[in-house]
Design a protein around this ligand. Structure first.
Ligand code: DQA
Length: 139
């Protein structure tokens, strides 16, 4: 089973960025625990602050991976291009947010990805990535 986690803009700052919202653990640290827990999964990780790079990565993996976990961060709420890329590929995408976006500003309630996603997970902190992997394993 091949699963990729794709994180969008500013998520490279996890651990330092607004810790009261996103926690104080770095993604690198958390990713290690995922690799150990899901050692039978071919797990990979990609992060970019650039919209086009995220679209290119979706095209690259979207016809032969088994699952994509996409936290497009702020682009979730603005990017028609990422939404169209998710519609255009075959691999199922779980949209993920660390925070409860529906408890935050109105502009975070809109998603261009959700209509084409297999499912959406938000508000569980970094644990959401673990739950998203499980959603592919047990479906
Ligand atoms: C986020 C929520 C987005 O609204 C925000 O722009 C982010 C992170 C989350 O994981 O909670 O950068 O996707």
């Amino acid at each position: 089973m091949k699963i990729i986690i794709i994180n969008g803009p500013n998520l490279n700052l996890l651990g330092k960025r607004e810790p009261e919202i996103y926690g104080s653990q770095t993604f690198k640290e958390y990713y290690r625990t995922l690799q150990m827990k899901f050692d039978t999964v071919e797990l990979s990780y990609f992060q970019s602050n650039i919209e086009g790079e995220i679209i290119d990565k979706l095209h690259e993996v979207g016809f032969d991976y088994d699952g994509i976990i996409l936290n497009a961060a702020a682009y979730t709420h603005t990017s028609v291009g990422i939404g169209d890329a998710v519609k255009g590929i075959e691999t199922p995408v779980v949209e993920l947010h660390i925070s409860n976006v529906h408890a935050r500003e109105d502009f975070r309630h809109k998603s261009f990805i959700a209509p084409a996603a297999k499912g959406v997970l938000f508000g569980f902190g970094l644990k959401g990535y673990d739950l998203a992997i499980q959603s592919f394993l047990y479906s």
